[in-house]
Design a protein around this ligand. Structure first.
Ligand SMILES: NC(=O)c1ccc[n+]([C@@H]2O[C@H](COP(=O)([O-])OP(=O)(O)OC[C@H]3O[C@@H](n4cnc5c(N)ncnc54)[C@H](O)[C@@H]3O)[C@@H](O)[C@H]2O)c1
Length: 389
């Protein structure tokens, strides 16, 4: 498989070190508008062809697939260009800035028949895959309650560099630069971690989020620091369970930690994932009488990178797909509206259009949860009315 790398920033180094280890993968070109970065990166990994724009790479065309590791704001235009050129696309998360863009990418990819996957990295955690298998096998009984968190501390620590001076952190703090804050950045990971691990979907959401004061007048250079850096979310799942999901860049003492607890009628599971280790513990069977927790050993799993290569090679679409990421993007869009309007929303039909940012109207499914009973899923329709108007 001839693969090109689009965007050669810090995540590209991580991705390419994984892709290079997979048999049959040849990294044939790199693309980045920053010539210094492009050269450094291509030299580091011995990549022969270098392009300053994706258009040039597409005109050259001698590749099967692309990994899109551009900043969030670029995913939409760059992925659509690759799809139009008939190339398979592995796109970084979040798929897009909003659900409408994510759906446009999903529909274009599906119509073109190309392999489309999104790098929800924590699918690579074997403990998550094993926990999901246990839930699906009924080992926990009915799941009643879920707790999930994604904790980072890069706003208070310099362990990953200084966000005050580095553009790779500053764009993540600014909505004008295409960021939906911690919600769009790692929120998508923890939404996937929680719902995939508990083997259920999110149907209801109520969110609070906050961008704390961090710089004089809330700005550094061109970057207005208005994107949320903490969120808390109360959710209802399709299986009837309730859950709390939260994330913060202010979690002092936690560089990068994901935690998931799934409580069922017959047993519970806890996953803690940190860069240096992951652990799955369970309290099951007779142990629920004494609240005794035991470590559960798990076998290794295929990574997203391996699954993408296998999908391109076999022609069979694999998870997590663009469609799945678009569904999660809907939860993110609704969370932003929930914060603004301070009310709960459901992802069940009907579909309406709601302005997420003042300037734009974003297509999404939305109905006020209010006192209404949940409706049965039915054929989805599109309307152009903003809720509340
Ligand atoms: N899956 C994960 O766990 C994970 C972790 C970190 C980052 N990410 C995602 O990866 C993406 C990149 O993040 P990063 O930390 O590497 O950012 P970064 O700012 O370090 O790198 C982005 C690179 O893309 C280049 N670029 C910008 N526009 C481009 C274009 N049109 N064509 C080609 N290149 C372009 C920039 O010059 C830069 O070199 C983001 O979407 C981010 O959310 C995912």
């Amino acid at each position: 498989m001839r693969l090109i790398v689009v965007g050669t920033g810090s995540m590209a180094e991580n991705q390419v070190s994984h892709f290079k280890m997979i048999d049959g993968v040849e990294i044939v070109a790199a693309v980045d508008p920053d010539p210094t970065r492009l050269t450094q990166f291509a030299e580091l990994f011995g990549i022969p062809k270098r392009f300053l724009s994706l258009e040039e790479a597409i005109t050259w065309g001698e590749f099967d697939a692309a990994t899109n590791i551009t900043p969030d704001r670029m995913h939409h235009a760059t992925s659509l260009a690759l799809i139009k050129a008939g190339k398979h696309v592995f796109c970084e998360k979040p798929l897009a800035e909003n659900h409408a863009d994510a759906m446009e990418m999903t529909e274009a990819a599906e119509a073109a028949g190309i392999i489309n996957m999104v790098n929800l990295t924590y699918r690579n955690v074997p403990q998550l895959q094993y926990a999901r298998g246990m839930v699906l096998a009924g080992q926990l009984g009915t799941v009643r309650h879920v707790e999930a968190s994604y904790l980072q501390s890069w706003l208070v620590s310099r362990a990953w560099g200084d966000w005050r001076t580095e553009s790779r952190w500053l764009w993540r703090l600014s909505t004008e630069h295409g960021s939906n804050g911690v919600l769009g950045d790692v929120g998508i990971h923890i939404l996937d971690f929680a719902s995939y691990g508990a083997a259920t979907d999110i149907d209801y959401v109520f969110s609070r989020m906050k961008a704390f004061d961090k710089a004089p007048e809330g700005k550094i250079g061109d970057y207005v620091l208005d994107a949320n850096d903490s969120f808390t979310m109360s959710v209802g799942f399709s299986n009837g369970a309730l859950g709390v999901i939260h994330a913060s860049r202010w979690a002092t003492g936690h560089l990068n930690e994901l935690k998931l607890r799934i409580y069922g009628e017959r047993g519970s599971l806890e996953i803690i994932h940190r860069p240096e280790e992951s652990e799955l513990r369970g309290c099951l069977g007779d142990d629920i009488e004494t609240a005794t927790w035991k470590v559960i050993e798990v076998p290794p799993v295929q990574t997203n990178y391996e699954r993408f290569v296998e999908a391109v090679t076999t022609g069979r679409q694999a998870d997590p797909s663009f469609r799945h990421a678009a569904d999660l993007q809907k939860v993110i869009d609704l969370s932003i509206v929930s914060e603004r309007e301070r009310r709960e929303f459901t992802l069940l039909p009907p579909v309406e259009i709601v302005p997420v940012h003042e300037k734009e109207a974003v297509a999404m499914e939305l109905v006020s949860a209010g006192a209404e009973k949940p409706r049965k899923p039915r054929r989805r329709r599109w309307a152009s009315r903003a809720v509340g108007q």
